[in-house]
Design a protein around this ligand. Sequence first.
Ligand code: PMT
Length: 366
Amino acid sequence: MPPEPSNGVAAPVCQVDDYFHNTPPPKTLASHQALVREFIQYHLENSPSRRIVLVTSGGTNVPLENQTVRFIDNFSAGTRGATSAEYFLQQGYAVIFLHRRFSLLPYSRHYSHSTNCFLDFMNESDDGRVVVRTEYQDEMRKVLQQYHHAKDNRLLLVLPFTTVTEYLFELRSLTVMMQPLGNRALFYLAAAVSDFFIPRDRMEEHKIQSREGHAGDQGSGAGRQLVINLDPVPKVLSTLVQSWAPRGSMIVSFKLETDPSLLVSKAEQALKRYHHDLVIGNLLMTRKWEVVFVTPDGGERWIRVPKSRRSKSISGVEELVGKAERKHDPEPVDLEGGTMMDGVEIESLIVPELVLMHTKRMEQQS
Ligand code: PMT
């Protein structure tokens, strides 16, 4: 069964309602709600013109057992979300960072999950103190200063999720709580959300046994298979746009494809289906170097890191850059971005463009 109808119609609201009705909320929801309430209130009282962006980041997982030993996951490391969050902070936004637990975080991402272990950035001095190695001083000072600025000014709220259920409950609650922000709210939905899940009433309580028979077992011995039936996760974007999000807010979703010939048309379909403001399309193999902004007026605008300033990527395929382009852009956006240790980060080009669009939208509404 496909995760969404193929006739261009969004999941009916009742499917979304049924999902929330039939699925137990995560235990962390109430404590996260308290943090969000306080964060939003703080900014409404202390900096009433402050814009707040909700950045979702990383992959969701789908447990196979209630007492979870095994789960289905996806590739997302949270690079897009964590990196974008930093550039939004640089642009003066406050950021609610809803991310997959243990995926990349703003600022610490420079020293975690990297090819260099964080210990490689440090040395022991002659008098026995732990110090940052000379060659990393400038870079690390910059990151540390930005991190402290965000922390000291309460500009960054970090909330983790693990499962798709946690993600959807958190997303609904956060979006509704952002309503008092009106058009100052921006939604940047970069998480890679699972399309299928096992409903609570069909989930095994205990670890699925590999030897003993159980409902999903086919046959016996070495050739046995585990057959799992997954239900589609309802697409919540339409409900988010129509009911949860503040009026006038700007809503940006991402679309990931692997086939270049599908990317732009799938992004257009998403806009028609969900009626939001922008889809940022990206291909798995080129996502670090190019994205496309697809807008409801038929716009297809490519943003690319100039060839000479592209970072290395083990999984990326540079020959695919440009292959998903449908309308040739006479003036491709070729901007100077923020340089980190290895090349220009595409998020340093994406975020300022979005900020301009958000500003324009707010001006049109005033
Ligand atoms: O983390 P990285 O490794 O840097 O990778 C970043 C990324 C490639 C994951 C990111 O740039 C990206 O493309 N994320 C979106 C992936 C995707 O195609 O999602 P989707 O087709 O499942 O969903 C499209 C949109 O619908 C999403 O913005 C999501 O918010 C929304 N959605 C998804 C599932 C669901 N049940 N309801 C939804 O509304």
